[in-house]
Design a protein around this ligand. Structure first.
Ligand code: COA
Length: 282
């Protein structure tokens, strides 16, 4: 199904590609022949992931940038083109999220998450989309959202993320229509729980919460990174050329059991919240 040259000749820019799911997706794309450009804030993981990609025989480069800053995004795209040539594919994977009672959030906490997820995704899409349209070249965009965006239900306790991801999905579907005439295809993936250091430390920051989430899952397990990476490969490959404006859920059936992935936190007593918030990780 996934031939070893499936993505040969493609140059893919991945935001948040230094760590977590972005890193796993990047490594899988590289195995299938793509050149990879990573964009994220922290240099150390970017460097390490770029080296791991090169060790697979693919070309890789990176830029550290905060995607909330449009000029930093434009500079990163220029750097990608200098290092690897024309970028033809964008994966908007970078995100920010945390579990919190909404009444405890500051306005700046909302802005931080919406800035990364919604504004950052738009900035990256705009920077590359403008180039593709001006050069009359096709492009592919894949946006990583969440099940609470795909199911249109939102979720308590992750309200900035729910607002931002719903916006990203609206953008995906709007541009899928508007830019189809420019041969730009946009799709989304809505993952359920896939263990990563970044998400787990912010969303399930204790063994107890992790066990609770696993018990609640219809399949009794979390997702494996290769399962998500292979779905991303399919959606970005030419084999999915007629799939446009779609959002594919990959969560083992979790959201069907009860919409709003974190709504279950309603059961959490205030004392547990106080403990969680005291141990919060930025
Ligand atoms: N609960 C409540 N508020 C929080 C918080 C938490 N766990 N973490 C940060 N905030 C608030 C801060 O207090 C600050 O508001 P203030 O200025 O009014 O105090 C605001 O959010 C911005 O925080 P800061 O750390 O300056 O922002 P940042 O832009 O560096 O970080 C985050 C953005 C908060 C989203 C950070 O968690 C992050 O960078 N995450 C990226 C990775 C990630 O989240 N991965 C998991 C994806 S599932």
């Amino acid at each position: 199904m996934f031939q070893s040259d499936l993505l040969k000749g493609r140059t893919i820019l991945i935001t948040g590609g230094g760590t977590g799911l972005g890193r796993s997706i990047a490594l899988r794309f590289a195995e299938l022949g793509a050149n990879i450009f990573l964009v994220a804030r922290r240099e150390e993981p970017l460097k390490e992931t770029a080296e791991a990609i090169r060790a697979k025989g693919a070309r890789a480069a990176y830029a550290s940038a905060d995607i909330r800053d449009f000029s930093a995004v434009e500079k990163a795209v220029e750097a990608a083109e200098e290092e690897l040539g024309r970028v033809d594919t964008l994966v908007n994977n970078a995100a920010g999220n945390f579990i919190a009672r909404t009444e405890k959030l500051s306005p700046n906490a909302f802005n931080a998450v919406v800035g990364i997820v919604l504004q950052g995704t738009f900035f990256c899409t705009l920077a590359l989309g403008k180039k593709w349209i001006a050069a009359k070249q096709p492009g592919h965009v894949l946006n990583i959202v969440t099940t609470y965006a795909a199911a249109n239900c939102g979720s308590g306790f992750v309200v900035p993320s729910a607002c931002a991801k719903a916006g990203v999905l609206a953008m995906t579907r709007s541009l899928a229509v508007e830019w189809a005439r420019h041969h730009i295809r946009l799709n989304a993936i809505a993952p359920g729980p896939f263990p990563t250091e970044g998400a787990w430390s912010r969303l399930l920051p204790s063994k107890e919460l992790e066990e609770r989430a696993k018990k609640h899952h219809p399949m009794g397990r979390f997702g494996r990174h290769d399962e998500l990476a292979n779905l991303a490969v399919y959606l970005l490959s030419e084999q999915a050329d007629y799939v446009n404006g779609e959002c594919v859920v990959i969560d083992g059936g979790l959201w069907l059991r009860g919409a709003g992935e974190f709504n279950d936190f309603l059961d959490l007593p205030d004392a547990a919240w106080d403990m969680l918030e005291a141990a919060r990780k930025k």
